[in-house]
Design a protein around this ligand. Structure first.
Ligand code: ATP
Ligand code: MG
Ligand code: MG
Length: 502
């Protein structure tokens, strides 16, 4: 085949963000992290349902909640315990323990704005869980939850983005055309970090939390030898039609603007790749080295070497992608959200080129650096001072009254994309335009008849007869338009299943 024309439009960009949070305890004797995570998630369940239903082997809330020494069985088989604690929330999200970290995986959304709302709803859910867990433990300790990506002891935890892709798109072209984008987008998606880790060159402040931990170009792993492009292929959908691209190089962001731009631009680039629109080759000679070099150069002046011998800065490479996107969308009438993403992308690149400080209300790494530098000036401190690292950490604290990002938000010193009302609503209600709608509404209405929930299926346990499985292999089916009225008019799960069949 010489040419492969795509006549059909790109498929709807369904997307989700998974965030692993850091958790620590202060003023107490400490606890096993897995117990801590389980406690958070169970505490939220108590809040949500008013009932204490513990997922441990013995249904005794006091045992695991109050004891700092975990029961032997839990300790011996951590793999097993993590599997126990897996909840699906009425907003369609998943809330679970992933290797000693509490993780919130957003429901599937169809646009960057909704995804910001559901990602922020996750922060609120973690904060509520934290508050309730402190009360349940009842020892006057502080349980603190951070939305960042490093424990500063050499361990990183991730923020994974997920994008629905057409299975027909060849993976090698995804690798070729996405890699330079992912390596360079950190200049506006980075969350900022004091110091370096994981054997990287020392530095006072760098752009990304995660870049020091990237070790490979392409690979299957997410915890070791972390790759820029992850080959994990679990579509949670019809595998013949779809791929779910699992992006693991990004930072967890506090700024709504940053998250919005991160997923908005990435979705656009993926759409161009699917449409076979990218015919320029920006391949970098050493992407892994480049991702660290860019992160370590907040001046953004560093030239990177391309495979074909040319040299370009991260800004220049991003500009090329932006130009492509402008040309791509010129051919059709883009929706207002896409136009907005493009405008913000152009604005941010322009400001980064002039003077990054101008983005002190928009972009996490710039916002945080301004905050730290102001503090350093007030207290005559240097970057190496341990208090500076604490400020870095506190930027990511999810407590609205203590987290430094939230304090800036309170003072209206950061640019927002969504409203508090929308976030609050999203804590309990699903998005209306993906299968998350069906999942969430069913959990709201028929929870006691639901025995298992996955991204692509649900199992109902009716009061009589065998278990019934509902498959949801199409991420864009099961929307409010598809099933809203059926759910409204079905008082019981049995009625629902009958109505769905007819
Ligand atoms: P791990 O936690 O080990 O990385 P995982 O990648 O399967 O496992 P989950 O924590 O279960 O991740 O989260 C899956 C995320 O992907 C969710 O945010 C969800 O909304 C999103 N998602 C699910 N199905 C699709 C799909 N077909 N396309 C795009 N996103 C999807
Ligand atoms: Mg996950
Ligand atoms: Mg994941």
């Amino acid at each position: 085949v010489l040419y492969q024309y795509r006549v059909d439009m790109a498929i709807v960009k369904v997307m989700g963000i998974e965030t692993e949070y850091g958790i620590t305890i202060r003023d107490g004797i400490g606890f096993d992290p897995i117990i801590g995570c389980s406690l958070l998630i169970n505490s939220y369940q108590v809040l949500e349902t008013g009932k204490v239903k513990w997922d441990y082997e013995e249904e005794d809330p006091t045992r695991d909640a109050r004891e700092s020494v975990p029961p032997r069985k839990l300790r011996e088989q951590p793999g097993e315990t993590t599997q126990f604690i897996n909840r699906i929330l009425t907003n369609g999200a998943r809330y679970y323990v992933d290797h000693a970290h509490p993780e919130y995986s957003s429901p599937e959304c169809t646009n960057p704005r909704d995804l910001v709302i559901y990602d922020k709803a996750g922060e609120r859910i973690l904060d509520l869980s934290r508050q309730k867990a402190e009360i349940i433990r009842g020892r006057g300790e502080r349980i603190i939850v951070y939305k960042n990506n490093t424990d500063s002891k050499g361990n990183s935890y991730g923020c994974h983005e997920n994008y629905l892709l057409d299975r027909k798109t060849p993976f090698p072209s995804i690798i070729r055309d996405l890699m330079p984008f992912l390596v360079t987008r950190q200049i506006y998606t980075g969350a900022g970090k004091v110091g370096a880790e994981n054997g990287a060159e020392p530095v006072s402040y760098q752009i990304s939390q995660r870049s020091d931990f990237v070790e490979k170009e392409v690979g299957l792993e997410t915890m070791l030898q972390r790759p820029i492009i992850n080959t994990r292929d679990e579509p949670h959908a019809d595998a013949e039609k779809y791929r779910r691209l699992h992006v693991i190089v990004g930072d967890s962001n506090m700024s709504e603007y940053t998250t919005y731009l991160k997923v908005g631009t990435t979705a656009l680039v993926l759409e161009m790749i699917e449409d076979n629109f990218i015919h320029q080759d920006f391949s970098l000679r050493s992407p892994v080295q480049a991702i660290r070099e860019i992160s370590h150069d907040p001046s953004l002046k560093r030239k990177l070497r391309l495979e074909d011998g040319r040299q370009a800065t991260a800004i220049e490479i991003q500009r090329q992608y932006l130009e492509l996107a402008l040309g791509y969308l010129d051919r059709r009438d883009p929706d207002p959200l896409v136009k907005d993403v493009l405008a913000k992308w152009a604005y941010v690149l322009e400001k980064l080129e002039e003077e990054p400080r101008q983005l002190k209300q928009e972009i996490d790494w710039v916002i945080k650096r301004e905050l730290i530098e102001a503090y350093m000036a007030r207290h005559h401190l240097f970057w190496e001072d341990p208090r500076i690292s604490l400020i870095d950490l506190q930027y990511h604290d999810v407590r609205p009254s203590k987290g430094l990002y939230y304090l800036l938000e309170e003072e209206e010193k950061v640019e927002r994309i969504v409203s508090d009302d929308e976030i609050e609503e999203a804590m309990v209600n699903p998005p209306c335009d993906t299968r998350a709608y069906f999942r969430g509404r069913c959990l709201q209405k028929y929870a006691h008849n639901i025995s298992a929930v996955n991204w692509d299926s649900m199992i109902f346990d009716l009061d009589h007869g065998p278990l019934k499985k509902v498959m949801m292999m199409e991420p864009t089916k099961g929307t409010e338009t598809d099933v809203g009225r059926i759910i409204d008019s079905s008082p019981t799960a049995a009625d629902l299943l009958e109505a769905l069949q007819s």
